[in-house]
Design a protein around this ligand. Structure first.
Ligand code: FES
Length: 121
């Protein structure tokens, strides 16, 4: 099973787990304000290691729109299939006006689970 390291703490995660849910299930209150639909970017993370070389079209479009392409990834658009080391950027504790992190994301990536090599966009 892959190892997910969040802010320096490591956890074992079942392969195929949606990254945003894996983060939340390991007691990090990451944002997912749109419920994992690639609309809000509150699930954004910085990869220190193990960044996937693929990306959903929805993630690519949103990161491009927000000027984050190349610096952030959207954890709601990524499945844990290898060891990853990340730093969540927006949490319940770090955003002053949040009272919750958003609705739980489905187990499967949406709106479009089809991934493409990042070099193909
Ligand atoms: S973009 Fe909203 S939860 Fe990922």
């Amino acid at each position: 099973m892959p190892t997910l390291t969040i802010n320096g703490k490591s956890f074992t995660v079942a392969a195929g787990t949606r990254l945003v849910n894996a983060i939340e299930d390991n007691n990090v209150n990451i944002g997912h304000r749109c419920g994992g639909k690639s609309k809000c970017t509150s699930c954004r993370v910085v990869f220190l290691a193990g960044e996937p070389t693929t990306m959903t079209a929805a993630e690519h479009a949103k990161l491009t729109e927000k000027g984050m392409l190349g610096t952030m990834r959207l954890s709601c658009q990524i499945v844990v299939d290898a060891d990853m080391t990340i730093e969540p950027q927006m949490t319940l504790e770090s955003v002053a006006d949040w009272t919750d992190t958003g609705p739980r994301c489905l187990d499967a990536v949406e709106p479009d689970a089809l991934v493409r090599p990042t070099s193909s966009f």
